[in-house]
Design a protein around this ligand. Structure first.
Ligand code: NAP
Length: 300
C-alpha cells in the first residue's frame, strides 16, 4: 500500500514526488519511458527561474536524483488502468498496486502528421526530436514543420548543424517567441516556407524529400534528408482516462485550483491538465500544488 502513486516522471510528477516524500509519505512514481518527460530532449533551458543554459537532460537527472534521495521509489512500468475505490487500484503492464491517493502527471505525446510512410520512415529521416537526431544530418538539407516554440528552437539548433533548414508553418505568423523568430531571420541557411503544410513524404527506404502545399493550392517538392515534426502534442490515449473528466481534446479537467479531478483522491498535474500555459515552471507548480492537496487530505 502506497500513500501516493504518481503516474509520470516529468517535471510535474517528480516535483510532486519531492513534496510528497519530504512530507514523509510513501511514494511510488510510475514511468513508461525515461524520467524527465518532454524536457529531456531540450538542448538548453533558458526560461526557468534560476536555471540558465542548462541542458534538459542534466536538469531531468538532477530532478530524478532529488526525488530518489528524498525517498521516492521510481518504477519503469506503464500504468494502464486506474480503478476507483478506497484504496485506489492501479494496474501496470507488470503489476497491480494499491494506493490511498494518485496524482496523474502523464504528460503528452508528440502529434503526428498522419501522412503515408510516416511510421515507416521514423528513424530514417522522420524525427520528433531535433536534439536527439539532429547530429545525424550534419551538412545535409533538412526541414522542420511547426510554428510553436519547439519548431523554432529545433530550427535554430539545426541551423548550426545542417547546411540548410526549411521551416514550414501552416500560417504566416508564428505561435512561438518573436525573439527566436528574429534569430532565425538572421540565419543565412534558414528559409521560411509559410502558409504551407507538408502533404507528402517522398522515399521508400529513407526520406528523400517532402511535398509542400501552399494554402493557395500550389505544390512543390523539396529534397531533404530529414523532416523534424514539431506540430505540438496531444494527451496520450490511456485507459486511465476512461473514468477521468477530460475536455474535448482529451486534457484532464481540474475541478479547482487545488487540482482535484472528478475522482476522489485523484489529482492532476502538468501538461496533461487542461490549462493555458504549458511550461516547466507551470508543471513544477502543478506538481507542488497537487502533492500538497493530496498530503493535506491524507493527513485529515
Ligand atoms: P505548440 O505551441 O502547440 O505549437 C504547435 C505548432 O504546430 C503550432 O504552430 C501549430 O500551428 C502547428 N500545428 C498543430 N497541428 C498541426 C498540424 N496538424 N499540421 C501542421 N501544423 C500544426 O507546440 P510546441 O511548439 O511543441 O510547444 C508546446 C508547449 O511547450 C508550448 O506551451 C510552448 O510554449 C512550450 N515550449 C516552450 C519552449 C521555450 O519556452 N523555449 C520551448 C519548447 C516548447 P498554429 O500555430 O497554426 O496552431
Amino acid at each position: 500500500m502506497y500513500d501516493i502513486i504518481i503516474i509520470g516522471a516529468g517535471t510535474a510528477g517528480l516535483t510532486a514526488a519531492i513534496y510528497a516524500s519530504r512530507s514523509g509519505k510513501k511514494v511510488l512514481v510510475l514511468e513508461t519511458l525515461a524520467a524527465g518527460g518532454q524536457i529531456v530532449n531540450t538542448n538548453k533551458i533558458d526560461n526557468y527561474p534560476g536555471l540558465f543554459h542548462v541542458s534538459g537532460y542534466d536538469y531531468s537527472m538532477k530532478l530524478l536524483h532529488q526525488a530518489e534521495d528524498l525517498g521516492a521509489e521510481i518504477k519503469y512500468e506503464k500504468a494502464v488502468d486506474l480503478i476507483e475505490g478506497n484504496p485506489l487500484k492501479i494496474k501496470t503492464l507488470k503489476n497491480k498496486y494499491n494506493t490511498k491517493a494518485c496524482i496523474l502527471a502523464l504528460g503528452v505525446v508528440n502529434r503526428k502528421l498522419n501522412l503515408d510512410g510516416e511510421e515507416r520512415l521514423i528513424g530514417k529521416g522522420i524525427s520528433y526530436c531535433a536534439t536527439c537526431d539532429g547530429a545525424l544530418f550534419r551538412d545535409k538539407e533538412v526541414a522542420v514543420n511547426g510554428g510553436g516554440n519547439t519548431a523554432l528552437d529545433d530550427a535554430l539548433y539545426l541551423s548550426d548543424l545542417a547546411s540548410k533548414v526549411y521551416l514550414i508553418h501552416r500560417r504566416s505568423e508564428f505561435r512561438g517567441n518573436i525573439e527566436t523568430v528574429n534569430k532565425l531571420k538572421n540565419k543565412k541557411n534558414v528559409e521560411f516556407i509559410l502558409d504551407s503544410n507538408v502533404t507528402k513524404l517522398i522515399g521508400e527506404e529513407k526520406l528523400e524529400g517532402i511535398e509542400v502545399t501552399n494554402n493557395d493550392g500550389s505544390k512543390k517538392e523539396i529534397p531533404v534528408s530529414a523532416l523534424f515534426v514539431a506540430i505540438g502534442q496531444i494527451p496520450e490515449n490511456n485507459n486511465i482516462l476512461d473514468i477521468i473528466d477530460t475536455d474535448e481534446r482529451g486534457y484532464i479537467i481540474a475541478k479547482d485550483d487545488a487540482l482535484h479531478t472528478n475522482i476522489e483522491h485523484v489529482y492532476v498535474a502538468g501538461d496533461i491538465r487542461e490549462k493555458g500555459l504549458r511550461q516547466l515552471v507551470t508543471a513544477a507548480s502543478d506538481g507542488a500544488i497537487a502533492a500538497t492537496t493530496a498530503i493535506r487530505e491524507l493527513n485529515k
